[in-house]
Design a binder for this molecule. Structure first.
Ligand SMILES: Nc1ncnc2c1ncn2[C@@H]1O[C@H](COP(=O)(O)OP(=O)(O)OP(=O)(O)O)[C@@H](O)[C@H]1O
Ligand SMILES: [Mg+2]
Length: 291
């Protein structure tokens, strides 16, 4: 059972600011024993929040295992399977195999929690054991004639970008086994504070221009998806840091801002769509011209 002090400590110590609602929701569901799936546009702190929660609740970084899902991931990586010893480089062992445990098995056996980052980048076939574990509370390891039980306090957190290029659609049944928690764009006030903290010497007008660029790109995304995403907090931080360094080196304010906005513009636009690139460039130039 988490105390109010625990909740406050976790919120206060989090590097990701202004996402308290999402963190609170996650903590409540974790306390109730449910697995969490953070989702939302890229670069707004999902992975960082997940790592922070796991580190805080489990007493340090060793208390959880993290895996990054990918298209080639199979049950071999989540549960385990036979691994040819030929790959050890010893020719005498070439005909032999060893059993290698997957991340989920290792986590359960060693009493550690689990973070599956970028969950939807792997096909659902990689998760059939996980599905079983979440449905029945146990995971039979056939080759070891063993059944692993899901401990009551076990924490499972996943992160995902639904619908992003290279992601798989989750089956309704697997999705239902998680509590989806949205991590969206932080507010302007939050980002102003974050930037003032990271780059305290950044001229005020540049800071406001970066925030305006962020706001306008998010509006374009929200209104009619004319951009596939808005600038993330990560993008805001990168722009501010680049401008800060560049201005310290004597660059002109207007040129520096436009330069940084063009870089991040390519990140957030659909790079295969000329209209998308043109739109983001127009936003950057319009804001830059006011400097
Ligand atoms: N609200 C915020 N306050 C402070 N830092 C933030 C905030 N949002 C994001 N960041 C920073 O941006 C960086 C990227 O965040 P992170 O990788 O956790 O995002 P993500 O949502 O997992 O992205 P992706 O969907 O691409 O995996 C981190 O260094 C993180 O601390
Ligand atoms: Mg991430």
């Amino acid at each position: 059972m988490l105390t109010t002090e625990d909740y406050l400590r976790i919120l206060e110590n989090c590097e990701v600011k202004g996402q308290d609602e999402s963190i609170l929701r996650a903590l409540r569901y974790i306390e109730l024993g449910y697995p969490i799936m953070f989702y939302g546009p890229p670069g707004n702190g999902k992975t960082t929040i997940a790592e922070h929660i796991l580190t805080s609740l489990g007493n340090g970084e060793d208390s959880y295992i993290k895996i990054e899902a990918s298209e080639g991931m199979t049950e071999y990586h989540t549960i385990g399977g036979f691994h040819p010893l030929a790959m050890s480089g010893n020719p005498e062992l070439a005909e032999r195999f060893t059993y290698k445990e997957g991340a989920m098995t290792r986590a359960l056996k060693s009493g550690r929690n689990l973070l599956i980052d970028e969950f939807t980048r792997a096909p659902s076939t990689a998760y059939s054991g996980l599905f079983l574990l979440l449905s029945t509370g146990s995971l039979p390891l056939e080759f070891q004639e063993k059944i692993l039980k899901k401990p009551k306090e076990w924490i499972l957190i996943t992160t995902s970008n639904f619908g992003d290029e290279g992601t798989f659609k989750l089956s309704a049944a697997l999705k239902r086994r998680f509590i989806p928690i949205y991590v969206g764009y932080a507010t302007k006030t939050t980002e102003r504070n974050v930037i003032k903290n990271i780059t305290p010497m950044l001229p005020e007008e540049i800071l406001e221009a970066v925030l305006e660029f962020s706001e306008q790109t998010r509006e374009a995304w929200k209104k009619d998806r004319s951009l596939p995403q808005g600038l993330s907090t990560d993008g805001v931080i990168k722009m501010a840091r680049y401008c800060d360094l560049s201005i310290k080196q004597g660059s002109d304010i207007k040129h520096t801002f436009t330069d940084a906005a063009m870089h991040q513009g390519i990140v957030i636009a659909d790079e295969t769509d000329q209209y998308s690139i043109k739109l983001v460039q127009e936003i950057a130039l319009a804001i830059g011209n006011k400097l």
